[in-house]
Design a protein. Sequence first.
Length: 235
Amino acid sequence: MWLKDSSIGRKFVMSISGLFLVLFLLFHGSMNLCLVIDDICGTQAYNWICAMLGANWYAIIGTLVLAAGVLVHFAYAIYLTIQNRAARGNSRYAIEARQEGVDWASKNMLVLGFIVIGFLALHMYNFWYKMQWAELTGIETSMFDPQDGSAIVKGLFTFGWTGIIYCLLYIVWLVALWFHLSHGIWSALQTMGWSNLIWLKRIKVIGLIFATLTVGLFMVVVIYFLGVNIGTMLQ
């Protein structure tokens, strides 16, 4: 099967699964922005969205599809890296001059991927496990009501020094995610055919815009609650 046996096929799977996940991140980041709006305006938009996407059949199917996409993307990334290393052989140990036009992110995508996937597991534990999993199983996973997602997020990010540490860890994760996305998005578009001289520069700009927008949505929430936490501690 060409999707598994050919280099182009594997890169195509990487591209499709990666872009699918980018769209999810954009939605998830937009949803999280409601936390800041709710805290400022006293609304409950975030909890309303959580209730709509709670322990429902479509949310469960969506979670399984996204989990499968992450696993496929990560598995193919490791496989492609092993293949590339094997193809280069001993030449990978040679001291080489910096290649023109090859950015740092493109040469460290696997390392960035490990950082992203590690913090994704932490994120899933902190929120999905304490919200949707708690609703599905009825098992108490935190001191908060699993249907009060807003309280769970605020409880994590504004709990004194622990909250500050978590905010800083999430900022590290988001920086790694930005580097991963900034290269990954335009690389995916290039794999799907937008690789001529006219479009190459454009898709690099598109990649930077989408990476910055996606990460920025998450970063606003983290920095906002970091500020709230520090402000509370200084009072």
